[in-house]
Design a protein around this ligand. Structure first.
Ligand SMILES: [Cu+2]
Length: 173
């Protein structure tokens, strides 16, 4: 997923760059304003209404499931409380078992933090917002045992980068 996002970003940036180069190249040819203007205004109106229509479709498709229904199923047996501080994490426990669901109960003591769990190759496996005054529940089942790291995903001040905690995921018995 992160690879797709990366390639998509590169593609879009390249497309925007190509438009800039095209405009710069075309700007060398002089043209009469009265000839260029009506076509440009027409295209601008088309673009405007096209974007409006696109936005309506995206909103209709993506907002259909809201508000999310709270599932009534019981919380998993493995619960890890997690609280973000400037600038460290406090985890209720530092090891969980793979193959069984874990519920992280995430909050923050001071400012907003981002609770991100990374595997041993620094791939993001799960994340949720850590906010003062709220407990956000994040459920995740680890499939691979190993040493995972919790890092802050939201800039929260000087030592934001130092907010690293370790979580050991042990093999299912
Ligand atoms: Cu941070």
């Amino acid at each position: 997923m992160q690879a797709i996002a990366w390639y998509l970003t590169v593609l879009i940036v390249a497309a925007i760059g190509a438009v800039f180069i095209l405009v710069a190249a075309r700007s060398q040819q002089p043209a009469e304003y009265s000839v260029v203007q009506p076509a440009a205004y027409r295209r601008r109106a088309q673009l405007f209404w096209g974007l409006i229509a696109f936005g309506v479709v995206v909103a209709a498709v993506t907002l259909r499931d809201l508000p999310y229904v709270r599932t009534a199923d019981a919380a998993p047996e493995q619960i890890v409380t997690a609280q973000g501080f400037q600038w460290y994490w406090e985890l209720g426990r530092d090891s969980v078992v793979a193959g069984q669901p874990v519920e992280f109960q995430i909050s923050a003591a001071d400012v907003n933090h981002g609770f991100g769990i990374y595997d041993s190759e620094t791939r993001l496996v799960a994340q949720a917002q850590a906010m003062p005054g709220y407990v956000n529940r994040l459920r995740h089942t680890f499939t691979e045992p190993g040493t995972y790291r919790v890092m802050c995903l939201e800039y929260c001040g000087l030592a934001h980068h130092a907010m690293i905690a370790e979580l050991e995921v042990t093999a299912a018995k």
